[in-house]
Design a protein around this ligand. Sequence first.
Ligand code: NAP
Length: 287
Amino acid sequence: MTAKLLKGRRLARQLRRRIAAGLRSLEARTGQTATIAAVLVGDDQGALNYARAQSRASGNTGIGYQLVRLPGDCRMTDAMEAIDQLNLTAEITGIILLTPVPPHLNLTALQWRISPAKDLEGVSPGNMGHLLADTGEFFTPPTPAAAVALLDSLDLELSGRQAVVVGHSAIVGKPLAMRLLNRRCTVTIAHKHTRNLASLTTGADILCVAVGKPGLIVGDYVKKGAVVLDIGTTYVGKTVLGDCDPNSVGSKAGWLTPVPGGVGPLTTVMLMRNAWRALARQLGEAI
Ligand code: NAP
């Protein structure tokens, strides 16, 4: 391995301290605190694990966390009503819809029901529109925010760089591509139907991979010295694997995020940053 490891934990610790201090200061001035409501429909184990991690991270930053559980067979109208209720509850300052939701529910319609002012994952059309228009307002989904923060930690001039984003989900790939475009990278988005992926990725100064297929990217796919952000996480038993083969990619890249310990630790903290921002904006303050 010749690549330097781009780890997220130190950055995550620094940011966590800033968020906690910011929230304490808000509370001292206004008496208000942030509380996240995370909606879980059914009992998916991955979603429950994620909720536990979020709850821990919330506690560490002084944010309240309520898990709102709905039965797996609940009707679309019941799920919509639960979100409406949270939108209207003043003490709830941020909302997350945990995924997956059962297949009989319309995930996008539920995500779009979340009030843009409380939409901590940036999945409502209002927030996506702001991202597209590059207004700097509202909430960027946490994973793309974490990826860009890691790039910024390298003091790299992003403008003019060739960036390839592999994966085009609404919560990771698309918003990350947009964030990089807004920073004036020349961005290519690749997906399952992309032909000859390696011909694109070998031209990338910045390669971001968010697919969920371990070993998809090997050294031959990578430009020498490139910055590679491996966002994929796939659990094989208790082991978590990224989308990149760490040995061969590590011998070509200049920087590589490890899995675990790269983008992941920073993602949850970015969610907390959105929770802080949500409260501040609801109180009429800009941060
Ligand atoms: P997703 O919704 O399943 O999206 C996966 C994307 O990969 C889709 O756009 C899909 O394209 C594309 N894809 C599938 N096979 C491909 C192939 N062979 N070549 C190129 N592209 C391919 O998943 P997601 O929510 O974006 O998450 C992606 C990965 O990141 C997962 O492993 C997830 O666990 C991980 N993740 C990590 C963090 C973190 O903090 N580290 C946070 C969120 C997600 P099509 O739609 O065309 O099939």
